[in-house]
Design a protein. Structure first.
Length: 333
C-alpha cells in the first residue's frame, strides 16, 4: 500500500478495501460478523440491533433530487436497511466552514428532518464544529444510526443458483452529481435516486426469509459491491448485461464521457441475493415499493469459488467485471 493517502482511497473500490484492511482492521480488529458490511449487528435482551456510521462530503452540496442533508440521512437509513433493520434513532454531526450561508444550512436541516419524519427515524443527538475558511468545502456531515433487525431476516451463505436482484435503475445518483458538478449543458430529466429504503422491509414482510444478503451499491457502484460480496463469501457471480436496468439518458451521458455506469453510485437502491427458486416471487413484492418498479433479476451466484464477477454482454460475449481501481467520480457521497 502507498505511504500517502490518495483520493482513490475514498472511492469505495480496491484502494478503499486495502486501506480498511491494512490500517483500520489492523488496529481495530476484525469485525465479529466476519465481513466488512456497512452495519454491525449485535444481540441484546430486547432483540437484535444494527449500528452504523457514515460521513458525507458530496460536491455539489445541492443536486437534482436532493442535497447533502437528505443524502446523509438516507445513506445511514439504507445501511441499516441492508442489515434488515428498521431505523430507530440517528445522530448528526456537522463540520461547517466559516462563512457558510445559514439559509443553506437551514435547507439542509429541513431535508434531514423531512426524511427523518417520513421514516420515523428520530434524530436525537448531534454535534457542531466550525472551522476556518478553506478547511472544509462548505459543510461535511457525519450520521450514525441504530435500528431493530427483523426476526424474519436471516443472512446466510450464498450458493450457486441464487438470484441477484437490483431494486431499480442504476447510476442515477452518480450521473446527476456529474451533470451538476461540471455544469454540463445537457437537457435531461434526470435526478439522483437518493431516497430511504427502510420501508422495503415491511413490503417484503415474510419474504425476507428468502433473502440471503442485502447491500446498497453506493461508492464504486453495482460492480464494486458485487465484487465485495463475491470476495467476502468466496463465490463467483454471473450477470446478464441486458437485464440490468439503466435509463437510456444515463447510458447515453456516460457513453459520451467514457464512464462505465456499473461503477457509479446509487443512493436509493439495494442489491439483494435471493434463495434459489424464490427470485421471481421476491421480485414481485419488491416492485410494489414506490421507487422499485424497474427492479429486475440481473444475474445469479455461479458455481465458481474464485471471488470473480463476470458479465454476459449484450453482444454475446463474456467479460470479467473487476472491482473499481483508481478514481471514477470522487465526492459522490
Amino acid at each position: 500500500m502507498d505511504n500517502k493517502i490518495r483520493l482513490s482511497h475514498g472511492d469505495g473500490g480496491s484502494y478503499t478495501r486495502q486501506l480498511i484492511k491494512n490500517v483500520f482492521l489492523k488496529y481495530f480488529g476484525e469485525p465479529c460478523s466476519g465481513d466488512m458490511a456497512d452495519s454491525f449487528v449485535f444481540y441484546t435482551d430486547s432483540g437484535k440491533l444494527a449500528f452504523t456510521t457514515d460521513s458525507f462530503v458530496v460536491k455539489p452540496l445541492f443536486f437534482k433530487g436532493g442535497d447533502i442533508g437528505k443524502l446523509a440521512v438516507c445513506g445511514t437509513i439504507n445501511d441499516l436497511a441492508a442489515a434488515g433493520a428498521v431505523p430507530l434513532y440517528l445522530t448528526a454531526g456537522f463540520i461547517i466552514e466559516e462563512g457558510f450561508n445559514i439559509e443553506s444550512l437551514c435547507r439542509i436541516a429541513q431535508s434531514m428532518a423531512e426524511v427523518s419524519r417520513d421514516t420515523r427515524a428520530r434524530i436525537v443527538a448531534g454535534d457542531t464544529k466550525v472551522v476556518e475558511k478553506g478547511s472544509v468545502d462548505g459543510v461535511f456531515i457525519n450520521t450514525s444510526g441504530i435500528g431493530m433487525v427483523s426476526e424474519l431476516y436471516n443472512p446466510r451463505r450464498m450458493e450457486p443458483g441464487d438470484d441477484i436482484i437490483v431494486t431499480g435503475g442504476i447510476a442515477e445518483h452518480g450521473t446527476a452529481i456529474l451533470i451538476d458538478r461540471y455544469n454540463m449543458n445537457i437537457e435531461a430529466e434526470l435526478e439522483s435516486d437518493c431516497g430511504p429504503m427502510s420501508s422495503l422491509l415491511s413490503v417484503l414482510n415474510k419474504h425476507l426469509a428468502y433473502i440471503k444478503v442485502m447491500r446498497d451499491p453506493t461508492r464504486g457502484g453495482l460492480a464494486t459491491v458485487l465484487n465485495e460480496m463475491a470476495l467476502d463469501r468466496g463465490t463467483d457471480i454471473e450477470l446478464d448485461e441486458k437485464s440490468i436496468p439503466i435509463k437510456s439518458q444515463v447510458e447515453g451521458i456516460n457513453d459520451i464521457l467514457g464512464i462505465d455506469p456499473l461503477y457509479l453510485a446509487c443512493e436509493g437502491r439495494m442489491v439483494i441475493v435471493v434463495e434459489k427458486g424464490y427470485g421471481d416471487k421476491v421480485l414481485k413484492h419488491i416492485k410494489i415499493f414506490g421507487n422499485c418498479r424497474e427492479a429486475a433479476i440481473i444475474g445469479r451466484v455461479a458455481s465458481g469459488t474464485h471471488g470473480l464477477v463476470y458479465i454476459n454482454t449484450a453482444i454475446g460475449g463474456k467479460r470479467i467485471l473487476p472491482m473499481l481501481e483508481g478514481r471514477m467520480l470522487p465526492r459522490i457521497c
